[in-house]
Ligand binder design. Structure first.
Ligand SMILES: NC(=O)c1ccc[n+]([C@@H]2O[C@H](COP(=O)([O-])OP(=O)(O)OC[C@H]3O[C@@H](n4cnc5c(N)ncnc54)[C@H](OP(=O)(O)O)[C@@H]3O)[C@@H](O)[C@H]2O)c1
Length: 349
């Protein structure tokens, strides 16, 4: 595989910092540019937000560039811009010929823009061709889901395939880093639970159905599973926990469900992509796991596996708790894995 130059748009934020960390020794991708807004012209090390570990020396001294395709020298870009700047500038990068791999929500639900979890719907990358034709772009936009959707849809996928799914009810307990930096005010979240995150429930419900959907005649036909979400913010730092009730199409046993989850591997594992965890789902059998502090970094690639425990099955009703790292599997890591899949398929050349 050749080495590709990649720029990170919105590089100083919470997700941007995880790209820097995960791409440090990446065998295929090398960081060639970092963009921002307030921090333009500063050295990255002086601009980075929050309590970030020191960036590698070659990155620390890089100057933060304006978020403009003319200033970027790269084969493709990762976008971790906030929604509105992403809405404005991702099409400009795609028009200028860049493949854009985005964590932002701006274009996730557009009919001709793929929303990818590499283990579940790699074939949806087929929409790129449709998108280029529709929009006349040399480049393209590929999106990855909301950090909460990932922790739901990954453990659902093996059940959906083997048992079918009628209805899913999920209640989330989401970490403060999910809101970016500086996020929720400490006086609002310390010692508290906030039972509302604006727009989040709709994203989880619709994104899940798009990801499980079928690509047919150049369009995604949404999966029919009925998804109901309640999203809450809790005072943990990283890691979204989710309490899931899945009503399956046929009855199962706990042993069958555990086996389906534990044995689940898919295309990224078969291709041995650099950021693919050996097992995307790790089943915890202890009665009190997964726990946020202990399990958030789970996986042979740190933070890339979803931990699932408290599996209880009663006929068609499967109850379980999932935990996933919102900044790694739910953002930078999931998007790097998506770009690796695209590189493997020759979509970066
Ligand atoms: N946090 C998560 O768990 C998570 C998970 C999945 C997806 N996401 C999505 O990923 C994106 C980034 O989230 P985050 O948590 O990293 O946010 P963040 O900590 O607030 O960082 C945002 C970054 O965007 C830059 N920025 C802001 N406005 C800009 C503009 N007009 N042009 C260029 N750069 C601009 C900022 O740069 P300056 O410092 O230079 O102003 C900063 O680097 C969001 O769309 C979010 O919804 C986040």
């Amino acid at each position: 595989m050749r080495r590709y130059k990649v720029a990170i748009l919105g590089a100083t934020g919470m997700v941007g910092q995880h790209y820097i960390k995960m791409l440090k020794d990446h065998p295929w991708f090398k960081i060639s540019g970092l963009t921002g807004k307030e921090s333009v012209g500063k050295k990255y090390v002086e601009a980075v937000r929050g309590e970030a570990p020191p960036p590698p020396p070659d990155i620390a001294d890089m100057e933060v560039l304006p978020n403009d395709p003319k200033h970027v020298d790269a084969d493709f870009v990762f976008s971790c811009l906030p929604t509105e700047p992403a809405r404005e500038s991702e099409p400009l990068f795609a028009q200028a010929g860049f493949p854009v791999f985005s964590d932002a929500s701006a274009y996730r639900m557009e009919p001709d823009i793929p929303l990818i979890v590499p283990e579940i719907n790699p074939d949806h990358l087929g929409l790129i061709e449709v998108q280029r034709k529709n929009r006349g772009w040399d480049g393209y936009i590929v999106t990855t889901p909301n950090c909460t959707t990932v922790g739901l849809v990954l453990p659902l996928h093996p059940l959906w395939k083997a048992l079918g799914l009628n209805r899913v009810v999920v209640t989330t307990m989401q970490a403060v880093s999910g809101a970016g930096y500086p996020g929720v005010a400490s006086l609002s979240i310390l010692g508290n639970v906030i039972p509302y995150i604006s727009g989040e429930e709709h994203k989880v419900e619709t994104e899940t159905r798009k990801i499980l959907g079928r690509l047919e005649n150049g369009a995604i036909r949404y999966d029919k599973t009925y998804v109901l979400a309640t999203c809450t913010r809790v005072p943990t730092l990283d890691g979204h926990m989710e309490s899931i009730l899945a009503e399956t199409g046929r009855p199962a046993t706990a042993e069958e469900v555990v086996n389906l989850l534990e044995e689940y591997v898919s295309l990224p594992q078969e291709l041995n992509l650099p950021t693919a965890p050996r097992r995307p789902i790790l089943v915890r059998r202890e009665p009190d796991r997964p726990q946020t502090r202990i399990d958030v970094d789970a996986g042979s690639i740190q933070g890339m596996a979803v931990s699932v425990g408290r599996i209880r099955v009663d006929g068609n009703n499967v109850r379980m708790i999932s935990l996933s790292h919102n900044l790694i599997r739910g953002a930078a890591g999931g998007t790097i894995l998506t770009a690796e899949l695209a590189a493997y398929q020759g979509l970066l050349d």
